[in-house]
Design a protein around this ligand. Sequence first.
Ligand SMILES: Nc1ncnc2c1ncn2[C@@H]1O[C@H](COP(=O)(O)OP(=O)(O)O)[C@@H](O)[C@H]1O
Ligand SMILES: [Mg+2]
Length: 133
Amino acid sequence: MENESRVAINSAADIVTARQKGRVLAVELGFDGSELTLIATAISEVARNIVDHAKRGEIFLASVHQGSKRGIAVVARDHGPGIPDVDRAMQYGYSTGKGLGVGLPGAKWLMDELDIETQVGNGTTVTMKKWLH
Ligand SMILES: Nc1ncnc2c1ncn2[C@@H]1O[C@H](COP(=O)(O)OP(=O)(O)O)[C@@H](O)[C@H]1O
Ligand SMILES: [Mg+2]
């Protein structure tokens, strides 16, 4: 498929790369000014979670189609410790680290869809989508 890319996340610098590549793809897909910032911010948060909580992983960026809807998909995948309680992790202000605990609930709010697949000891995959309107 065209309009696809992958960013390896190994350090804080890679968060910036993922954010920039996501923004470029979102522009290509037709998202506008303020939405570009929302998408880029959501990408930063899931990339930061990889660095903070799983050390390394990857971000996939792609265009998606569902019926007549078109949009951007962002998949953040790692083989870190996993999330034991996803409902809790999605609560505003909940953090097991030194963070503010607003990354995941914030990303869900900024995007149209956010799904978490995770297994303790095996890793986490966060899939987010935002649709053009
Ligand atoms: N990729 C991940 N791997 C393991 N745990 C994660 C991951 N992403 C998020 N979490 C867990 O979910 C919690 C909430 O995430 P978030 O809302 O981004 O808050 P913060 O990163 O500030 O702690 C984290 O504190 C952590 O326990
Ligand atoms: Mg976070």
